[in-house]
Design a protein around this ligand. Structure first.
Ligand code: HEM
Length: 236
């Protein structure tokens, strides 16, 4: 229900933005806009949680350098058993997240520049966001990279889980690729967390409360702001 203010019957004792964000998004509520409904937020956080659980019980298997982490899970033997299952949980949550977001993540022709210099300018806070819709090109690329990464981890992880079922070459290739994908994923996640928290104040609330301020939307995602509010005046 874009372009309208939300004024349906709400519990006056509860925060109106948070109430509307339980089931709906892209809706104006007072000075706020609902960005992520509850179901999307729950799936995002389950994906994030399972990612870090799989990472932390996988690191002691990867190298004795991280052996000190194993007791957190009950020892190395438990890590070896638990890591593939937490990995499966991560891939399953990623799959649900994919279905929830894929419709909004198609890269437009004007966003192809994000594969190059535009991404660098954005990370240096020198980017021009004036035409950004609900997600900018960098976020869309991160979405597709995370999807590819999850598929890569599943494919290579399966080979490592059942080594007797595969040839030596595939096993060796899978070890290298599994570790490489984790490394790339970690680099991307560090930037993702930085951008979603300290770098852009107000963004984190979109994944906790579900809402952002109108000012935040106007600054970072002006086209989405215009679509949701119907306010064509802000074309800066
Ligand atoms: C502590 C860790 C994390 C934090 C603080 C975090 C924070 C956020 C925030 C605030 C958003 C909303 C951005 C917006 O509305 O503009 C978001 C979106 C998203 N998150 Fe995370 N996230 C974390 C971990 C993860 C992990 C582990 C994954 C995937 C493996 C992930 C995948 C995504 C995707 C695909 C989006 C949508 C695209 C985007 O906004 O970049 N997140 N995250």
């Amino acid at each position: 229900m874009s372009g309208t203010s939300e004024s349906t019957m709400l519990n006056p004792g509860l925060d109106p933005g948070v109430q509307v964000a339980r089931a709906r998004e892209d809706v104006v509520v007072g000075d706020e806009i609902v960005r992520h409904r509850l179901a999307t937020r729950v799936v995002h956080w389950l994906t994030a949680l399972s990612f870090f659980v799989a990472l932390f019980c996988g690191l002691p298997i990867f190298s004795p350098l991280f052996g000190w982490m194993a007791p957190l899970f009950g020892g190395l033997a438990v890590c070896r058993w638990f890591h593939p299952w937490s990995g499966v949980a991560f891939v399953a949550f990623s799959a649900v997240m994919f279905v929830q977001w894929v419709g909004e993540m198609k890269l437009e022709r004007s966003e192809w520049g994000w594969f190059g210099t535009r991404m660098v300018r954005y990370l240096k806070h020198q980017g021009d966001d004036s035409d950004a819709g609900k997600y900018n090109g960098g976020q869309k690329i991160f979405f597709w990279a995370a999807t590819l990464g999850a598929i890569g981890l599943l494919a290579t992880g399966t080979v490592l889980w059942f080594p007797e079922s595969f040839g030596q070459l595939l096993r060796e290739l899978s070890i290298v690729l599994h570790d490489l994908v984790v490394l790339l994923f970690l680099v991307a996640i560090v930037f993702h967390i930085y951008l979603g928290t300290v770098a852009e104040p107000g963004t984190f609330g979109s994944m906790t409360r579900g809402t952002v301020s109108k000012a935040w939307a106007r600054l970072h995602h002006p086209r989405w702001y215009r679509e949701v509010t119907g306010d064509a005046a802000h074309r800066d």
